[in-house]
Design a protein around this ligand. Structure first.
Ligand code: SF4
Length: 357
């Protein structure tokens, strides 16, 4: 006899729960009780749902699994501020989640896909290729895992960045339903302004996001100031012209009034010259924005290196003096391969035991 495959409980929408509750002839307020256990109390198993009747608990227990994330690897940085998990999903796919603690905030970096089809040459995930999109529940399970870690240390998870494995805009529908769960005051209740979606520049996704009327942040990775430079670093960039991407960013600002963050992986001798900085100033002219310069996180299969301190400073100063607010982002957790996909790349396939946060 085939063993029944359980689904991730976070894949249940409010409507799905309403149907289950109604089929079990329970009053509709049971839905809110279950949601509260899942998203406010972060219940780790069905037995915690004490005020939910046994018939509902039995149904949930036999058909759904909590989280569906198996810890394959968990490492902490030497400074203790960054930790990273390599999770195995129910089908064996591997994904990564990072938690970064700062003075006044804690940010979870969440994956939206196993692997990635964009193929950034310097990115360990891009070097592996695409496996599959994550479901709404698999995205949310990562958020809840990090929220539990923060709660156990007496603090709250405050920020979410969709900068983990995958291109979020390539999994748009599951991404946005997860965002709605994250910002819903009755569910995970993280302010929309504290949520950032990062894209390599998928124009269709940026245009859709501009229509969403959700105040989340948008970060666009540029890395080059013309099509040839970008295509050199981002294989999939040949599908969209940079001029079209910039037009869509202008349109995004016009529609939402929200300043865009542009991301720039600074690579020694590749995109860190004064000429490139001047070209970047011209490219971003008139777009209210912030530029994040991130010295490259070296990966095994890419020869490029991070720029030197002097070149980073010159690049940053030139942009700042031209009126583009530029910050150099600290490379958190470099000692634990916190760059996207690096932990998976360093892990040979093997069986592991189920662990919980
Ligand atoms: S940097 Fe992001 S978009 Fe590029 S390959 Fe890596 S995961 Fe994909």
């Amino acid at each position: 006899m085939n063993k029944k495959v359980k689904q991730n409980i976070y894949d249940l929408s409010r409507e799905d729960l309403a149907e289950i509750v109604s089929d079990l002839e329970q009053p509709s307020y049971r839905v809110e009780q279950i949601l509260e256990w899942l998203y406010k109390n972060y219940a780790g198993n069905i037995d915690e749902m004490k005020n939910v009747p046994a018939s509902v608990r039995d149904h949930l227990n036999s058909n759904y699994i909590f989280k569906g994330l198996e810890i394959e690897k968990h490492i902490k940085s030497n400074d203790g501020f960054t930790q990273k998990w390599l999770f195995k999903l129910l089908d064996g796919s591997l994904i990564e989640t990072v938690l970064m603690k700062y003075d006044k905030r804690a940010t979870a970096c969440i994956s939206t896909q196993a692997g990635c089809a964009v193929g950034c040459t310097f990115c360990a995930t891009g070097q592996m290729g695409f496996v599959r999109n994550l479901s709404h529940g698999e995205i949310i399970a990562q958020v809840i895992h990090t929220a539990v870690v923060m709660r156990n240390s007496g603090k709250r998870l405050s920020n979410i960045v969709f900068m983990g494995m995958g291109e979020p805009m390539h999994n748009y529908d599951n991404l946005m339903s997860a965002v709605r769960t994250i910002i819903d005051p009755k569910l995970l209740s993280i302010a929309a302004r504290k949520v950032t979606i990062s894209t390599i520049g998928i124009i269709e996704g940026i245009n859709r996001l501009a229509e969403e009327k959700i105040q989340v942040g948008l970060a666009v990775s540029l890395h080059g100031t013309n099509d040839a430079e970008r295509q050199n670093l981002i294989k999939a960039a040949s599908k969209w012209e940079l001029s079209e991407l910039i037009r869509s960013c202008r349109n995004y600002y016009k529609k939402t009034g929200r300043r865009i963050t542009f991301e720039w992986a600074l690579i020694d001798g590749v995109n860190d010259s004064e000429e490139t900085a001047n070209n970047l100033v011209r490219l971003l002219k008139g777009i209210p924005c912030h530029l994040n310069v991130i010295p490259l996180n070296p990966t095994e299969n890419y020869k490029g290196l991070p720029s030197s301190g002097n070149r980073i400073k010159t690049f940053k100063d030139l942009l700042n003096s031209a009126g583009i607010v530029t910050t150099v982002r600290m490379r958190r957790g470099i000692d634990i391969a916190a760059g996207c996909g690096q932990l998976k790349a360093a892990t040979p396939p093997k069986r592991s035991k189920l662990q919980r946060a």
